[in-house]
Design a protein around this ligand. Structure first.
Ligand code: SAH
Length: 255
């Protein structure tokens, strides 16, 4: 598919609060409703963008991505949100930029290898390297400038001064992983998975079908263990949303 270079960049967010933070910086944003989703077209950091809430889960996110790609002619898709940390050392407050994405609950074996998306021959959907590099560089900048983005009490509460950037595999499935037993199972099945969430690999698959570059960044909101639910709401409101919005804005200035 050829896409004009002045075509908008899509920003697909999984969090209402983050979307609100981005829309506040887009005074010219105008919504268009399709399939029950609001697609906000406007400018962010001087760049044309379309911003939309993914909704939760693979089907909801794939539908959002399909409508976005079919109706908005975007040149690339950036996905942002929160995720549970899986690999050792991926802590709450850390940032993960996807190198590739996999659906951990896809299993059509023995007809197809476990985790392979039937009829695609693919298990892992790679992120666009240039976009992922831009996201990682922006995340690194934002992590280095934390004081400008978060109040000191919030940084202390979540030990954000130790926050790090990781790059690698993100896995997605239609489950909020909230027990130590389930995250241990995922780690055993997919030892190189850094983080688990519920949308990324679905959007990556849709973008692959359309030939549109895709990249994803997630702030770690919980460790996908028995404390996951308790951690979640507070972290999303106080830390993850302003943080993700800052990373997206910084990424745009690098493209
Ligand atoms: N916003 C809802 C719940 C969201 S579900 C609430 O008010 O509680 C969790 C969202 O965060 C999904 O979009 C998913 O992609 C991501 N996520 C964060 N931690 C996760 C985990 N441990 N397992 C799966 N998804 C997780």
């Amino acid at each position: 598919m050829s896409v004009r270079s002045d075509a908008p960049l899509a920003i697909v967010g999984a969090m209402q609060e983050e979307l609100a933070a981005l829309l506040a910086a887009m005074p010219d944003a105008r919504p268009e409703t399709l399939a029950g989703r609001q697609f906000w077209r406007g400018h962010l950091e001087g760049r044309p963008v379309v911003v939309v809430l993914s909704r939760i889960g693979k089907v909801a996110a794939a539908t959002t991505a399909t409508v976005l790609l079919a109706h908005h002619g975007v040149r690339a898709v950036l996905f942002t949100g929160v995720a549970g940390g899986l690999a050792e050392g991926v802590a709450v407050g850390d940032v993960v930029v996807a190198r590739d994405l996999l659906q951990h609950d896809m299993d059509a074996s023995p007809l197809f290898p476990r985790h392979e998306v039937p009829l695609t021959g693919m298990t892992r959907f790679p992120a666009d390297a240039a976009l992922a590099n831009a996201l990682a560089a922006a995340a690194q900048d934002v992590l280095a400038e934390l004081p400008a983005h978060l109040p000191a009490d919030v940084q202390a509460e979540f030990a954000m001064t130790k926050a790090r950037l990781h790059r690698g595999l993100i896995v997605s499935g239609d489950r909020f992983v909230a027990t130590a037993a389930e995250s241990a199972r995922l780690r055993a099945d997919l030892p190189d998975a850094l983080a688990v969430e519920m949308e990324g690999a679905a959007v990556a698959q849709v973008c692959h079908d359309w030939g549109v570059p895709f990249a994803a960044v997630r702030t770690i909101s919980d460790r996908a263990d028995d404390a996951a639910h308790a951690d979640f709401g507070r972290f999303v409101g106080r830390v993850a949303s302003p943080f993700s919005a800052a990373i997206v804005r910084r990424t745009l200035t690098r493209l």
